[in-house]
Design a binder for this molecule. Structure first.
Ligand SMILES: [Zn+2]
Length: 166
């Protein structure tokens, strides 16, 4: 009689001997056959997963898509509401008198820069605050008599004295 023919050599799973279903019923009755152990592994895996989800729901929360679903809005700078800077500039800007070229161009650039500066937070372009401030200062210096196109050299004289020991 060979081993294969011997009924005593055939290993029957415990669940089969006990007449219970393979899987968790078999595993609970002490069966360690592959399907019963696999069922228990899955049960433990699911239990650990549920425990983790309950403890850290934020890790499993639905992540919103990175790309906003709304199409990007076109911003018309001229239609932005004037704020403190634009309002003050409009009051203080001298009338273009043609004393030197590009007065109106500089004034238009200043007005546009002020609008951007006033609305940088709404536009989500806070990176533009500093450049627009610098542009405004530069433009105001040009419009200010004694500076820019009309400067009389006093600024240069002043600057030339800097750094020279007295
Ligand atoms: Zn089993």
């Amino acid at each position: 009689m060979t081993a294969a023919e011997s009924p005593r050599i055939v290993i029957r799973p415990r669940h089969e001997i006990l007449g219970v279903e393979a899987g968790m019923p078999g595993y609970r009755r002490g069966c360690k056959c592959t399907p019963c152990r696999a069922a228990n592994s899955k049960r433990m895996r699911d239990w650990r997963k549920k425990r983790d989800v309950d403890a850290h729901p934020e890790r499993y929360a639905e992540v919103p898509p990175l790309v906003p679903s709304d199409p990007p809005q076109i911003v018309r700078i001229d239609q932005l509401p004037p704020g403190l800077v634009t309002t003050a500039l409009a009051e203080e800007l001298p009338k273009a008198d043609g004393a030197y070229p590009f007065q109106r161009t500089v004034q238009a650039m200043l007005t546009k820069s002020a609008l951007i500066l006033d609305n940088a937070d709404v536009l989500d372009r806070l990176d533009l605050v500093n450049p627009m401030q610098i542009r405004l200062y530069a433009g105001l210096a040009v419009l200010n008599p004694g500076n820019g196109a009309q400067h009389d050299g006093a600024f240069d004289d002043e600057m030339s004295g800097l750094g020279v020991p007295e």
